[in-house]
Design a protein around this ligand. Structure first.
Ligand SMILES: N[C@@H](CCC(=O)N[C@@H](CS)C(=O)NCC(=O)O)C(=O)O
Length: 198
């Protein structure tokens, strides 16, 4: 299986981490999402990373679908809980942590795609509001312990993304998230290994 990724994408980290936890080897190839000639755009019409191409040539995206696929390849019920209530809780945690990363990525893209004098403060505040509310909600939703599932894997990557791109400010008022991150990182050495390099 081939994973198209970029080195600093938190969504790609989520997939690399899930594959490492499940012991599924993935070949990797960097993608340039800005390059119109990159085959990524035919592998995934949205032109986004991560995109997974199976040995049968099937493309899977986005990261949520890829985690579900990897869980299926690993026999099922390994990182996507089988119990319906536990699965819903993990999916909601994943959706919220994904949404936090989506808003953060849009804040970063404002600088990447527009010169500073054209930045739209209302748009940036709109996205930053989503980030702040998501972090506050995650502080309440975060499960005790360090169970590895699609929700907690995504949450760990979202917090790692905040550290990498937005500094450690989130840590000040969110002790439960800090405890989660510490426990997750201690229980899963692959988390450190998949850390983005600046
Ligand atoms: N919902 C997607 C989000 C993926 C995403 O936003 N990837 C970014 C990189 S972090 C990307 O490929 N951006 C390029 C673009 O939007 O054109 C997922 O979960 O995989």
């Amino acid at each position: 299986m081939l994973l198209r990724l970029s080195p600093t994408s938190p969504f790609a980290r989520k997939v690399s981490l899930a594959a490492a936890i499940l012991d599924i080897p993935l070949e990797t190839r960097m993608a340039d999402t800005a390059d119109t000639s990159d085959s990524l755009r035919t592998e995934n019409p949205l032109g986004k990373v991560p995109t997974l191409i199976t040995d049968d040539g099937e493309s899977y995206y986005d990261s949520r679908v890829i985690l579900a696929y990897l869980d299926h390849v690993a026999g099922g019920g390994r990182i996507v809980p089988s119990d319906p209530k536990a699965r819903l809780d993990a999916m909601r945690l994943e959706a919220l942590a994904d949404g936090l990363m989506d808003a953060g990525v849009l804040v970063l893209y404002e600088s990447r795609f527009r010169p500073e004098e054209k930045h739209e403060p209302r748009w940036l505040e709109h996205q930053k509001g989503k980030m702040a509310r998501a972090i506050a909600a995650l502080e309440k939703l975060v499960p005790a312990g360090a169970e590895m599932n699609n929700g907690t894997i995504t949450l760990a990557c979202a917090l790692g993304f905040l550290d990498f791109r937005f500094g450690g400010d989130w840590r000040k008022a969110h002790p439960r998230l800090v405890a989660f991150q510490d426990a997750f990182s201690a229980a899963c050495p692959r988390f450190e290994e998949t850390k983005p390099k600046a």
